[in-house]
Write a new protein. Structure first.
Length: 242
């Protein structure tokens, strides 16, 4: 990711409709499989500048890891939980001790070997542990936004499911999200010039930001009725075999 994006994320992720809404959806799904209380341990790999951890600390005992020094610096300034710098595979095995859930929030699309990365997490995860992952969906939505953020791919249901095929886990939940805004976002991306614009991550004017946040928040209630069949992003929960 462009280093300037870390500055941008840190400045807006507590307010921007996308970050706020995604966190709330993650918690809505996560609490179904790992009941929230301070005894449950959550490890976020690729924690970035710490926005998710700031929120989730209200519900779980958290720690974060990121390979980018710039992200770690921001996260340590903003979050009152352990933040480690480096590749989790090169850190102490104790990092995964008593971990109940690993969070990968839009991480896998940045990696050359996304399957190997996920496999190494599953290998270290205690039996019964949960992995919750979100990724960007649909190749046709690929644009300069993805390039600026350092994405290498977007996922279909099939390509996403292939990442854990053969590993000792079972999928316990899967859904799309950011579905209500999907038609507008798709139109924006496919219009002339849409794929060549820069990152979409600019903070809208407050009234528009509040409106977009309210729209995304509505999906928490839709998800209570069942998985959503289409959207801009995919979310999956895996559980390691006992």
């Amino acid at each position: 990711m462009d280093i300037g994006q870390f500055d941008l994320h840190a400045a807006m992720e507590d307010r921007h409709w996308w970050f706020v809404g995604r966190r709330e959806i993650i918690l809505e799904i996560l609490r179904r499989y790992v009941s929230p209380h301070q005894g449950r341990r959550l490890l976020e790999i690729g924690c970035g500048t710490g926005g998710n951890l700031r929120f989730l600390l209200n519900y779980y005992r958290c720690a974060g890891v990121d390979i980018a020094p710039e992200a770690v610096r921001y996260a340590r300034e903003r979050v009152s939980c352990p933040i480690l710098e480096g590749d989790f595979r090169e850190l102490s095995p104790e990092l995964f001790h008593d971990v109940d859930v690993v969070l990968l929030a839009d991480v896998l699309e940045h990696l050359d070997d996304d399957r190997g990365f996920l496999g190494d997490i599953i290998h270290r995860l205690p039996p019964g542990g949960v992995v919750l992952m979100t990724v960007p969906a649909h190749d046709f939505l690929w644009s300069n936004h993805d390039l600026v953020l350092g994405h290498l791919r977007r996922y279909s249901r099939k390509s996403f499911s292939a990442l854990w095929e053969g590993f000792p886990v079972r999928r316990v939940y899967a859904t799309f999200f950011n579905s209500l805004l999907f038609p507008l976002i798709a139109l924006y991306r496919i219009l002339p010039g849409g794929k060549g614009r820069g990152s979409d991550l600019t903070l809208p004017l407050p009234p528009l930001n509040r409106l977009l946040r309210a729209v995304l928040r509505m999906e928490k209630f839709l998800l209570k009725m069942g998985p959503i069949p289409g959207g801009v992003s995919l979310l999956t929960v895996l559980k390691k075999n006992e």
